[in-house]
Design a protein around this ligand. Structure first.
Ligand SMILES: [Zn+2]
Ligand SMILES: [Zn+2]
Length: 390
């Protein structure tokens, strides 16, 4: 039993470190170090090892595989997603369907689970194969008038690859080789950019898969609870084995019995629970971006802008403080400041003005959500913009 618990904990640690290790919350923790090892360190050691064994040819081969897998559009992660969802459904069907209908679950869950997976795959295909909002020479003038520059993080610029003006909120995706409107990020799992036109499907995909994993976790839990009830485990434990009929004395025996008889189902349940937690976090993050009409790309841009402004303000404030202290030293009449006063005096850096994020695209929660569900470029007003601007 302890082996299983430790196995589960290590799996959870590795998965969380790999997926979320770069989050600011984990800065300086072992989780961040494991993340760095998994994403960069281990690969670096592997490259050096290949270089040592096979020479430069081996290293070059690995680098070209890396280039194909990470920097070119390819369906590897799409296939992995389909394998994960198909494999998980197969194992659940194989290990749990014989107990459905059971004490707590009716027979309908055999069909609703299949329907749930079907809708999940449909949302995956929609996100993967819908145009993310490609900006090209034909539609760039419409996009330029639909997305005005804020002159803070987006200014009038040209895409050096596509040779067209870059509308505000768009970005050139190096992997797809095109400019994408309201660019969020390039998603390897979808082999597509997440942009103006498919953010809605992407959000639906995250929410649906979160609910699907939660449904799976609860359903397997109910299957196991049903088995407990049907096999009268509690009755046998209390009457035949003389164990006291209380939660604390029964729980370890029940858990031991479950782990012994239904370890596949428990492993599946733990896996689904961990994935549903991760998906909940990811959906929450993106739902909040949607609520404030920001993209992942813009979050980075705002971070850079705020850091730059803060440094600039601090430099200005400390220059002003230096200037005043020099003029203070030269004027003899000034009384020497007491040590305590000097100690409690505010640092000149604290006087620097606070930099605030002024997102001009945030037009209120309902408006923002509506803009994601019904993108500007799909509206009738979008196609009429061209005649106005030309
Ligand atoms: Zn471009
Ligand atoms: Zn892309």
């Amino acid at each position: 039993m302890w082996v299983l618990i430790i196995h589960g904990l290590i799996t959870a640690l590795v998965v969380v470190s790999f997926l979320c290790g770069q989050w600011p919350v984990f800065e300086g923790t072992p989780i961040e170090r494991i993340h760095r090892f998994l994403t960069f360190g281990a690969y670096d050691y592997f490259l050096r090892f290949v270089g040592f064994v096979c020479g430069e040819k081996g290293t070059n081969a690995i680098l070209s595989v890396e280039y194909f897998c990470c920097d070119r559009p390819n369906p590897i992660l799409q296939i992995i997603y389909l394998a994960i969802i198909g494999g998980t459904y197969y194992f659940i069907a194989k290990s749990c369907f014989s107990y459905i209908p059971g004490y707590y679950l009716s027979g309908i869950h055999r069909y609703t689970s299949l329907l749930g997976v079907g809708v999940g795959i449909l949302l995956f295909l929609l996100t993967s194969f819908t145009d993310a909002g490609t900006v090209n020479a034909e539609n760039v003038s419409q996009y330029l008038s639909a997305y005005p520059y804020d002159n803070i993080i987006f200014t009038d610029k040209e895409c050096s690859t596509c040779k067209i003006p870059k509308p505000a909120r768009s970005k050139h995706c190096g992997i797809c080789g095109r400019c994408v409107a309201r660019f969020d990020h390039h998603c390897g799992w979808m082999n597509n950019c997440i942009g103006e036109r498919n953010t809605r499907y992407f959000l639906a995909f995250l929410l649906w898969h979160f609910l699907l994993c939660l449904y799976g976790t609860i359903a397997i839990g109910l299957v196991l609870a049903g088995r407990l009830k049907e096999l009268r485990v509690v009755y046998i434990l209390t009457v035949y084995y003389g164990i006291e009929n209380s939660f604390y004395s029964l729980a370890p025996h029940v858990v031991q019995w479950l782990l012994g008889s239904y370890n596949t189902q428990i492993l599946l349940m733990v896996f689904l629970a961990i994935v549903s937690l991760l998906l909940a976090g990811f959906f929450g993050y993106h739902a909040n971006l949607c609520r404030t009409n920001t993209t992942t790309n813009e979050t980075f841009k705002w971070q850079d802008y705020i850091n730059w402004r803060r440094k600039l303000n601090e430099a200005r404030a400390s220059a002003a403080a230096l200037k005043s202290s020099i003029s203070g030293m030269s004027s003899e009449s000034k009384l020497p400041e007491s040590k305590w006063k000097a100690f409690f005096r505010r640092s000149p850096l604290e006087d620097a003005e606070v930099v605030v994020k002024n997102n001009v695209y945030d037009k209120g929660m309902f408006h923002n959500i509506w803009e994601v569900i019904y993108p500007l470029s799909t509206r009738r007003s979008f196609s009429q913009r061209k005649s106005k601007s030309t």
